[in-house]
Design a protein around this ligand. Structure first.
Ligand SMILES: [Cu+2]
Length: 164
């Protein structure tokens, strides 16, 4: 009898520990989400060594002019680091590849620009030697709508369960 109670307590302790772990990881995600895509603007926070986010997803239908082939996205870049940095967006098209790059931003400097991006996946990084390799890189996904995103998430979840 005593053994049963003891193991029940252990099970409760385990559940509490898991919940605490989930809450902790949830709050960490919330902090990370301060940068990334919010309401028509891509928020980029340059620092050593990060852009403030790993992947940002933009729904073209959320942008003001979603009827054009390439929707206009507003990009706000702040250098919150102690070194000079820039933001570079690599754009690959059938006609070749080109780059949208901010000027070199000093610590505390910021800039805002708009860029027209067709649907696709783009590499974002700081082009200064070694900076991207140390973590100043991320991905920007421009997709048609939130429905597309939900479908992708469902697929990922299904794959996850399949692994068990
Ligand atoms: Cu840099």
């Amino acid at each position: 009898m005593y053994k049963i109670i003891k193991s029940k307590n252990f099970a409760i302790l385990l559940v509490v520990t898991i919940l605490a772990g989930l809450l902790l990881s949830g709050s960490l995600v919330a902090i990370a989400q301060e940068a990334g895509y919010v309401d028509g603007t891509l928020e980029v926070r340059l620092s050593e060594w990060s852009l403030g986010f790993d992947e940002a997803v933009v729904n073209r239908t959320d942008l003001a002019d979603s009827t054009t082939i390439g929707a206009e996205l507003s990009v706000h870049v702040v250098n919150e680091g102690s070194f000079d940095h820039n933001l570079t967006i690599k754009i690959e098209t059938a006609g070749g590849e080109y780059y949208v790059r901010t000027k070199l931003l000093k610590p505390g400097e910021e800039t805002t620009f708009a860029v027209s991006l067709p649907m696709g996946e783009y590499e974002l990084y700081c082009s200064l030697a070694g900076h991207a390799g140390q973590g100043m890189e991320g991905t920007l996904v421009v997709q048609e709508s939130a429905e597309t995103e939900d479908m992708n998430q469902d697929e990922e979840e299904d794959e996850g369960y399949g692994g068990y």
